[in-house]
Design a protein around this ligand. Sequence first.
Ligand SMILES: Cc1ncc(COP(=O)(O)O)c(C=O)c1O
Length: 343
Amino acid sequence: MAENLIDLRSDTVTRPTPGMREAMAAAEVGDDVYGEDPTVNALEAEVAALFGHEAALFCPTGSMANQIALQLLVPPGAELLCDADAHVITYEMGAAAAYGGMTSRTWSAVGADVDPDVVAGMIRPDGYWAVPTRAIAVEQTHNRGGGGVIPLDTLRRLRQVADEAQVALHCDGARIWHAHVADGVPLATYGGLFDTLSVCLSKGLGAPVGSLVVGAADKIERARVIRKRMGGGMRQAGILAAAGRYALAHHIDRLAEDHAKAARLAEAIAPFGVLAAPVRTNLVPLDLAKTPLDAPTLAAAARAEGLLISVLGPRTARLVTHMDVPDPAIDQAITTLTHLLRA
Ligand SMILES: Cc1ncc(COP(=O)(O)O)c(C=O)c1O
């Protein structure tokens, strides 16, 4: 986070806490490409168990974890279904096509909503005349969907749809911890609904780096090969895995504080008619269509007053709460935003 600025651009801007840094310094390490880093191995076992799966694989980024999972599920020339705002096709630089050779088809994105009947109607069966659907991907919580949470019942119905059509289901769970805290759904319940998940330790949980692919043992064995092919084989990565283990032990339950801070921000700016969607977790999506301000102008004016926010589009912006923004800074952000929006 830039010094003396209140940084609400993303929950990826957090810095390791002193306790986390101690855990990193003390980590036992080995060469993880040889499978010999005890801290990485412990993290992988821990995350697999949390989600009730057999295995997990530590990766440098959420994008790599997603793309490895998609390559496990969708062979070249076959199709992935996801929503039009999904991170896997919006922000991952075309990797599904460029590295996985897969095509993608999308349903319209409305927040975090998914209609399992719409998805069911899009699935194309195997056959020589059309591209076969091999996997469906959803995002929990949904980044461009304003941190929205897909209800458990919807996910269960989607699982039925996937089973009936014999296609796989992937969860981009970069912020699945936030859904778990917001809806009280056990991580293992989420885990049981998906063939593969990607989960991030560096978005809200405060680790500097790291994501995992979670799934069945045979899939994760193949994932290890794909990770190496993509240049993601790391050596003494236990230093990073130690930060992740620390984050899991200390920073999941506290996400409720970030959700409360986001709710407070949302309540303060709601009277200006700029909330794009109800706030469920730590993201506050702004729609400035009904104000004279466009997003770059608001962001520039906020920056001049020491507040950083993200511009997502000409009239859309985003605030994200996280562990490096304490309550007094949220008060300050509210003062700044209400002043700018009132002007
Ligand atoms: C929903 C979602 N998935 C995946 C990622 C990718 O993570 P990374 O930046 O580590 O590649 C992000 C990043 O913000 C995200 O928000």
